[in-house]
Design a binder for this molecule. Sequence first.
Ligand code: 3UK
Length: 538
Amino acid sequence: MTIPTGKTAHVDAFVRDHLPSKDAWPDLLFELPELAYPSQVNVASELLDAQVIAGRGDAPCLVTDVEVWSYGRLYEESNRIAAVLVDELGLVPGNRVLLRAPNTPSMVASWMAVAKAGGVVVATMPLLRRREIELIAEKARVELALCDARLSEEIAPVAALTRVVTFEELSRRAKTRPPHFANVATAVDDPVLIAFTSGTTGPPKGCVHFHRDLLASADTFFKGTLPCDARDVFTGSPPVAFTFGLGMHVVFPMRIGASTVLIEKPSPEAMIESVARHRVSVLSTAPTAYRAMLPLFRSKDLSSLRHCVSAGETLPLPTAQAWQEATGLRAIDGIGSTEMFHIFISAAGKDIRMGATGKPVYGYEAQVFDDSLNPLPPGSIGRLGVRGPTGCRYLDDERQKEYVRNGWNFTGDAYLVDEDGYFWFQARVDDMIISAGYNISGPEVEEALLAHDAVADCACVASPDPDRGNVVKAFIVLAGRHTPSEDLAKELKQFVKARIAPYKYPRKVAFVTSLPRTETGKIQRFKLRQLEAEWKNQ
Ligand code: 3UK
């Protein structure tokens, strides 16, 4: 097996110089014939220029409610922007460019322009605040920031470190530039993206991805799990700044010449509206959004949908079942991570076993290990390790050795693999609740609760308890017409006891109006745990 590598085009070697040492990298699997990339590859040439060269310049690429950008238009716009970056803003290959925008055509054009110029994209999620953006800009030594004017306020501290150019100014300057640009012939393993993870503790970690990584994800997960063609229409909620969104809205559709509907404010209502209006066939969002969409269908025509991808958190069985009842489609659960770039365990169509995440995707291997990193047999709960053509490489970060051990990527998730090779999510390792000596998975209790009509959303965490160490506490958002009461709390406890092993039931229940979540759709359990610890200490 040869791992594709090439001659670097980076004049500014900052990112390459701050990769972990080779012995700290995960094992990389490149046996598959579709992963035999040439040595010099620019991902923008592969995704964008290739479509224009293939005569698909007039085909729709990016769609919004007010405009349609063809592949040809995106090609020309990003060429013009690339020329501005190089000739007027002094970008040299290897420089880091921060992007800050909602999902818009300009955001994608700027992304492609940075890649074309051999730069490294540092995309930031719209909801990030000043301090977070500042930390990211410092860590990645950003040289230039491109920003949607509507989000420029929070970028103020960065302006002290680097030049900030609004998209409006960029497009004004771009108008005078030629529509052709000679893409930098980057090495297939030159970095093109630093994707920051918002861990719950410590400074954000920058995951470095190469040109080949984005293609590899498209050529493994996407091709293997989601058979699609140029007629497919994609949409969904994850920001392009989150690798889930970058893959589903940009890399995967463009790899096959399909189109994508970009929604600036992707509420559940807006997603349903877009699916109906644009005849969307591939929808991607988080489980909580699938739940929130259920009561909103009314008379909307969703018959165009073929694939519904759910990631970010586990897809609870009751949500999967309700989605199937409402749409006739089985949602595709898939676990991915910013470190791995995208999804590495999933299943689609008839391979779906509802409640399980699925099997390792084409090109990937997964294995459950004990705490000493010995492989565990089927049926035991342990730490999930994965490897494939993509993997974790943090930018200058000691935590590399926590994520990568013995060549495997450890995602921090507790999993069980069954006799048939299906992987069943248990909890984040840190989220397992230890009560009176039992290990209880919060998400398992949540899944049981979600099967009750009164429960719209919920989260279970450990609550300190003098006798049991911890007990399970459920924070519950009630559905529609239900109101909090002692009786309802009792009923819900009984309901859980009847569905899963009784010792797992939530001994404490709190009714809340909403749960703290990240922009990537994850419940912030640490916030709820903090709340519990504070109450205890009062
Ligand atoms: C959790 C899941 C159970 C899990 C992501 C698809 O979520 C993504 O990346 P992040 O770095 O978080 C990674 C962690 O999130 N998780 C994600 N999906 C699932 N847990 N079932 C799932 N289906 O703890 C994982 O370690 O924010 C997802 C594609 C790209 C991504 N970056």
